[in-house]
Ligand binder design. Sequence first.
Ligand SMILES: [Zn+2]
Length: 131
Amino acid sequence: METPPHMCQAPRADGRPCTARPLESGYCFAHDPALQEKRRAAYAQGGRNKATVARVQRAMPPTLRPVLDHLYSALEEVHEGTLEPRQASALASLAGAIAKLHEVADLDARLEALTSVLEPERAKALASRRR
Ligand SMILES: [Zn+2]
């Protein structure tokens, strides 16, 4: 089957045609074999250098960083057509579940820290009231 000239020549990983606008090579930016190196650099920069991303990574608990890396890779792979969007969705749900567990554990730890400070104060206040 001939690819229409306004569409990228490469098939996506799922076999469907890539509908992205092609460059002069006939491939889109994500599929052009000649641009592989450039693409990798662009994704890496886009993923790591943006201020927001850098801030998120700093604020992220170290145990969640690999999850974030997986999500960035998945984003890239879906864009390139090497990962099924369905699989990426499953990955995102699992990552969300992991993040939620961390959130709960973090809140629990903070609550415990607060309680350990406040509980002796409360005991003191109660004791002085009884006098
Ligand atoms: Zn393409």
